[in-house]
Design a protein around this ligand. Structure first.
Ligand SMILES: Nc1ncnc2c1ncn2[C@@H]1O[C@H](COP(=O)(O)OP(=O)(O)O)[C@@H](O)[C@H]1O
Ligand SMILES: [Mg+2]
Length: 359
């Protein structure tokens, strides 16, 4: 036996074995400590945040940072890079595939409008999917309208309606391809420092394949706001957002919730308004908390518009563009009245309390 040859073969074999082991160790190390630079950066204009920075800014997602919760998960307040932000973290049932989450970030990054909450960035890690938004210090419209003792003034309600209408018109008309929000309701309307309305929560939004083409989709949304015709025929169009918008308009004017089991003369707001309007006239449905301090004719026009938007047949609803035209005309007529040009019913406009920070 040539012991020298055997020795050399063993040496080479051991060397190769060590090399293979080192290779696998290297691969394992790279996978477990994937360097930040190798990760997906996201679309232009959107920041990819480090998980550690978000954990530090929220004290490891401490409950005292919580400012909201919903189907997607919890929302936390934090300051990142000196800016107030809202951090929306997906709970375990909302975690999507990496490609699904990245597609969502790309979709949201394309949307820029004064009446949409702006996406600042995102964060993705092992079991973590986070969207970072600009912080809206006056919270959501549901709380403002139904939970606070002080009532929003007539003018503020009109401005909020106009803001939401413009945000939706932008999604339907000016984004290519158009986006259908699918969950328009007061808790998804946020209010900034100046009570400017910003539509948020695009969690279940859909990109329409062609303008107003009908998409077969499983109905989802929120009871009281979901388009009843869409529930029946499962064809999604932008008219479904118009329906939900109509309900929000009626809530703004009446101060009543879309569904209220305690409302003995009609649990569904749309039916309640329609019946009362024809039997007792428009003033019977306007929020009593407004007293006489609202532009009467304009509120009556808005009640009409709300009912038109929330009509059963989607083909009979106005487009968001048409709704915006009507509401802008209302705002114009209020402005001329406040300036004393009009001469119709005068009212005082916003209260100082409404514009205070916080809430
Ligand atoms: N950018 C934000 N600024 C302030 N509060 C927010 C912000 N985003 C969400 N919230 C609060 O968290 C709540 C739930 O957020 P939302 O985006 O609607 O989540 P979900 O998809 O779970 O419904 C909102 O109604 C609001 O009160
Ligand atoms: Mg929501």
């Amino acid at each position: 036996m040539n012991w020298k040859l055997v020795g050399s073969i063993l040496e080479v074999g051991a060397f190769l074995l060590i090399m293979v082991l080192l290779w696998f160790l290297y691969k394992w190390y790279m996978k477990s400590t994937k360097p930040f630079e190798d990760l997906w950066y996201g679309p232009e204009g959107v920041i990819r945040y480090h998980v550690e920075d978000i954990v530090t800014a929220t004290d490891n997602f401490h409950s005292r940072h919580e400012i909201g919760a919903g189907g997607f998960g919890k929302v936390y307040y934090a300051v990142l890079d000196g800016k107030e932000v809202a951090i929306k973290r997906a709970n375990s049932s909302s975690i999507q595939s990496t490609s699904g989450f990245q597609n969502e970030v790309v979709l949201l990054s394309r949307l820029h409008h004064v009446n949409l909450v702006c996406l600042l960035g995102f964060c993705e890690g092992e079991g973590i999917q986070i969207l970072v938004y600009e912080y809206m210090s006056n919270g959501n419209l549901f709380t403002m309208l139904f939970k606070r003792k002080t009532s929003l003034s007539g003018l503020t309600r009109l401005d909020i309606a106009i803001g939401v209408a413009h945000g939706l018109e932008y999604l339907h008309t000016f984004v290519g391809p158009p986006v259908i929000h699918r969950d328009v309701k007061p808790s998804n309307v946020l209010l900034d420092n100046n009570l400017v309305a910003k539509l948020s929560d695009f969690g279940i939004s859909k990109v329409a394949p062609g303008f107003d083409s009908e998409m077969p989709t499983r109905p989802c949304g929120t009871a009281g706001y979901i388009d009843p015709q869409y529930v029946l025929i499962e064809q999604l169009t932008s008219a479904s957002d118009v329906y939900s918008f109509g309900v929000v308009l009626l809530e703004l004017v009446t101060g009543h919730k879309s569904i209220d089991n305690a409302r003995i003369d009609g649990q569904n707001l749309v039916e309640w308004v329609a019946v009362k309007l024809s039997s007792e006239g428009p003033e019977s449905v306007v929020d009593k908390r407004l007293g006489n301090d609202y532009p009467k004719q304009i509120f009556h026009d808005i009640i009409r518009l709300g009912l038109d938007c929330a009509t059963f047949k989607s083909g009979e609803r106005p487009s968001m563009k048409a709704a915006v035209t009507i509401l802008d005309a209302c705002r114009w007529s209020v402005a001329t009245d406040v300036l004393g040009v009009g001469g119709a019913v005068r009212f005082s406009g916003r209260t100082d309390e409404e514009t205070e920070k916080g809430g």
